[in-house]
Design a protein around this ligand. Structure first.
Ligand code: FES
Ligand code: FE
Length: 376
């Protein structure tokens, strides 16, 4: 990677990654292997798995991962691959099985702990070790109401990576745990199919130089964003609501009070946290917004976004639309910007990349982090 000194004599402007990092399938392959298949990724919301046999499949790196609950209700994750001849076990994104996972090809059947329990003529093959032929397990952890999985054979410490990233941003983890995300209820989920490289999505989330230009509704509620400095720029900083804003809603109207347990200083503030490589957390007094990114191709990223509220708010059937609409618009505005940028990544004009202004300089850390993980 070229350094700022090589690329520009200016200290105001430092270099981005070169354009081909956003278009080259080989770079993407390395990112899949060394980042998404090596680190902890936010996979599914635990509450989506309502009971034994409920499952969801998600794409992590190049793998399909099946997350389910066993007969005791404990979470389990496996590679979604039949050990007989490799058929994908579950082709749906979500569903529920009664007793076990039955491969639709030759009917090998696994229990919810992944053990091979039945197959046509299995009794006539007494030498088959059913444990050895079971599904390949995937490491998992539960935190903030989400199942996090890691495909590495020897996963890095969850505490020293995921938890530490949140602590580093907020000063401590209590600051996020006070929102009690695991006890909140899903108010709305929207999935965005973004035709852009995942790094553009993260970079966009990390900076606010674009806020005044493309986020009129957001800057109305968070006036300091109009200055272009993202809340993530300072440790522990939450952007203050505008005086006239009653809540974090599209028109600044009232939200739904305050999540029980948050600290006084967290009221009327917005906090944003990037948990590399693919989760964004957004904290406001009355809800939590969680983005999970799933890069599908070098130029395509699916982002699943959850809006979480106190259970009594969701159960009351109250209209959430003004609340959801604010960040939905922000998402649409951001992803349009990413999609506008993606085609130019292959341009001659962007061969050696672009530049970061001072309020974007922290993106340089992200670029270095990506480079460190790749064999370049
Ligand atoms: Fe699954 Fe044959 S591939 S049973
Ligand atoms: Fe934005």
């Amino acid at each position: 990677m070229s350094t700022a000194a090589e690329s520009s004599p200016s200290t105001s402007l430092i270099a981005t990654l070169p354009g081909h990092w956003y278009t080259d399938p080989e770079v993407f392959r390395q990112e899949q292997e060394h980042i998404f298949e090596s680190m902890w990724c936010g996979a599914v919301r635990s509450a989506d798995l309502t009971g034994p046999g409920a499952f969801r499949t998600v794409r992590i790196g190049r793998e399909s991962v099946l997350v389910t609950r066993n007969r005791c209700g404990e979470l389990r994750a496996f590679l979604n691959v039949c050990r007989h001849r490799g058929a994908q076990l579950c082709t749906e994104e979500s569903g529920e099985v009664r007793r076990g996972l039955r491969c639709p090809y030759h009917a090998w059947t696994y229990d919810l702990d992944g053990r091979l329990v039945a197959a046509p003529n299995l009794r006539r093959m007494p030498d088959v070790d059913r444990a050895e032929r079971g599904l390949v397990p995937v490491s998992l952890r539960e935190w903030l109401g989400y199942v996090w999985v890691c495909l590495a054979e020897d996963p890095p410490s969850f505490e020293k990576t995921v938890v530490a990233a949140v602590a580093e941003r907020l000063g401590d983890t209590a600051a996020v745990e006070r929102y009690g995300a695991e006890g909140l209820a899903l108010g709305r989920r929207i999935s965005y199919d973004v035709r852009a490289n995942w790094k553009l999505v993260i970079e966009n989330f990390m900076e606010c130089y674009h806020c005044a230009t493309i986020h009129p509704e957001l800057t109305e509620v968070l006036p300091e964003f109009a200055d272009g400095v993202a809340a993530q720029y300072y440790v522990g900083h939450g952007a203050a609501f505008a005086e006239q804003a009653e809540g974090f809603t599209v028109d600044g109207g009232a939200g739904f009070g305050r999540i029980e347990g948050i600290a006084e200083e967290q009221d009327r503030r917005y906090y944003a946290i990037t948990v590399r490589p693919q989760v964004f957390l957004n904290l406001v007094p009355d809800h939590v917004i969680v983005h999970r990114m799933f890069p599908l191709a070098v130029d395509r990223t699916v982002v699943e976004c959850d809006w979480l509220y106190a259970p009594e708010v969701v159960e009351s059937g109250v209209d959430l639309s003004r609340s959801v609409e604010l960040f939905h618009r922000v998402n649409v505005q951001d992803f349009a910007a990413c999609e506008r940028t993606q085609p130019a990544m292959g341009s001659r004009a962007y061969r050696s990349g672009g530049v970061l202004v001072p309020s974007e300089h922290h993106l340089g850390d992200f670029h270095r982090w990506v480079a460190e993980h790749l064999a370049v």
